[in-house]
Design a protein around this ligand. Sequence first.
Ligand code: 6PG
Length: 265
Amino acid sequence: MREDGGDSAVHEPAIRIAADAEALADTAAALVAERAGTAIAARGRFLMALSGGSTPLALYTRLGGPWRDRIDWTHLHLFWGDERTVPPAHHDSNYRMAHEALITRVPVPPHQVHRIRGELAPVVAAIEYERTLRTALGTAGREATSPAGLDLVLLGLGIDGHTASLFPGRPPAHETERWVVADEIDGRGTWRVTLTPPVLNAARCVAFLVAGAGKAAILRDVLEGARVPDALPAQAIRPRPGALVWLVDRAAASALSRPSGGTMS
Ligand code: 6PG
């Protein structure tokens, strides 16, 4: 690993297979703690983007519980990989889920919690959040021009191959300039705000969390099938020079041709 906490050009994704969803949450918490310690030692802060969906809830609960005192939360900045276009207290809000399971339980300074304002018009929220990211990744009061700088991005995998809110057949999976975009993901009025491949692939580490037998087929297609990122947007996530880690449970890994290819943890 480079002294700045980045990874050498490790381009093959690492696959870590945990026995079950509980063990997966512990494996993920250990990765967060390790990455946080490295980043804070190297740069005095740790910038992490949280995932939405249901899978990471067990991780957030662990981080706010038994792992709470193993991370220096005062040096953390929290971001989100995507958000639904709802207010922060709404049941569907990715922020609400993390707020209840994690943020209320750890001493992360409120001004270092950078939520996507889903209550705004989607395009406005996207423009505002890109500015938030550019400011947070910038130095000496100047906005960043490079999207590099997030230390860890947590992502999930949908059964259709989406990740964050990069959905099959939708433009955001092919975005090359903007860091944050709004998209009507189903063409029927369902809007999301999402980080895009330029910023996701500039992270020092991207970790997918995938659990359950219901994800076995899509995980196999994403990891072992043809490379078709328009149909499987999770395949658009290939951080360089950062690390790509797949943290999966045994049930999700059950369709992989080489489950042994992963390392049990
Ligand atoms: C969201 C997430 C989305 C999620 C996947 C997997 O806003 O829902 O960003 O990409 O990670 O849909 O969701 P589950 O963990 O619930 O299977």
